[in-house]
Design a protein around this ligand. Sequence first.
Ligand SMILES: Cc1cc2nc3c(=O)[nH]c(=O)nc-3n(C[C@H](O)[C@H](O)[C@H](O)COP(=O)(O)OP(=O)(O)OC[C@H]3O[C@@H](n4cnc5c(N)ncnc54)[C@H](O)[C@@H]3O)c2cc1C
Length: 463
Amino acid sequence: MTRQFDVAVIGAGPAGLAAATEAAQSGLSVALLDEQQAPGGQIYRGIETASAARLKLLGADYAEGRPLVEKFRASGAEYMPGSLVWNVTIDKVVEFSRDGASSRIRADAIIVATGALERPCPLPGWTLPGVTTAGALQILLKASGIVQEDAVLTGSGPLLWLLASQMVDAGVPPRAIVETVPNGRLLQALPHLPKALWQRSYLFKGLSMVRKVRRAGVLIYRNATGVAVEGATFATALNFTAGGKPHRIETRTIALHQGVVPNQQVTRLLRCDHVWDSSQHCFRPVIDAYGATSADGVYVAGDGAGIGGAKAAAIQGQIVAIGLALRAGRGNGERLAHLHSALAKEASVRPFLETLYAPAPQILSPADDTLVCRCEEITAGSIREAVRLGAPGPNQVKSFLRAGMGPCQGRVCGLAVSAIIGEERGETPDDVGYYRIRPPLKPLLLSEIANFATSDAQEHATE
Ligand SMILES: Cc1cc2nc3c(=O)[nH]c(=O)nc-3n(C[C@H](O)[C@H](O)[C@H](O)COP(=O)(O)OP(=O)(O)OC[C@H]3O[C@@H](n4cnc5c(N)ncnc54)[C@H](O)[C@@H]3O)c2cc1C
């Protein structure tokens, strides 16, 4: 028999952990699934096993994850680590692969807390071995204590500076930071500064990271354009223009970053309504004040609902869970007003950061010969050509070219493909839309789908 829960939470980052804890404490039966082997999500990755030295290295914000995980562990929610969710249906069946076999659970409500993904950075040479994302370098550091030597970090966004300062603390500073924030962006962001000052601790933290990286002697290039990775079979150098001059830095390790965007795979699969967020340059699901999407019984909390950071994610998780408990006639809403105002305070810094660190124009509109869909090796030029031949949207481009049909199922190229089509057709992102996402959400072996746990398979056969 398929196991039934009141709530299934997908994702054990701050949003999912807080939501599962709150819901379980209200007396609801809760399952929390995450493909990782340990709770924490992106920001608190490896938090339970981090040594004192690693906790110190990764800073106070990272250490805040420990009490969150401890509360979750004590909450009575059922934790299903190593569970890759590959399908979710509108009747709230969650199918997942764990230890090489698939299972399914049912729930009355689903909380999607699948967080953010790094924005794809299609630029010349980005698919060469040796090129990675800033987040990937940080995962190595958090999960295994490994720091890449001689790395060049390029792009824009707070994570770039956070990673650089963590590398400095680890005693292996990056070779250089090549920032693509255009001159004049700070001026554009200034009108948002007064509101951002409500959360001045974030701004001070940012400034101190920049100071630390500078003091460590890391080469810093600003206002870089024309960023391109050089190499025949692997990355050998980064080329760019800065200060009116061409530069070339030889390196085998290049980390790209242009901010993070909501992971929309599950909400797209469930055909929830989405809207273009012009400040964050990405789609996000449409939700109400309690995280409810347009799909009945499906909720979103955390960065998957729009980028707000770890603290906001945990607050949203609590709000969604309290709302669910109230609907089930449990708990009370006394804390809701406080949580909503804490969420609004957290959000106050976002417009400043979003304007300052908006993605580089080169990324939003890649040159014709730049690969966009890396799985199927489709260039920006062929996507434009497909549009000229009559493909009106991402799904037709997918049929024409196989873009988005590879192992990543559009997770990496989706936003870039929609942006190129919009630019070519002169349409808004909302008009262009996004890939129609289908299961499996992530690559997995056919044997994992075929190998359903016996009880689930039998039930499936009688349905
Ligand atoms: C690579 C990366 C590194 C980051 N590092 C930092 C940082 O150091 N500091 C900081 O302040 N912010 C960081 N951020 C931003 C950050 O993710 C958050 O603001 C915060 O972690 C959001 O919390 P969340 O709970 O919404 O999502 P997350 O913390 O991202 O958690 C989402 C969880 O969902 C799981 N998941 C996703 N899809 C599936 C699926 N199909 N099946 C099963 N599980 C699934 C993931 O494994 C993950 O554990 C980072 C973002 C990224 C993308």
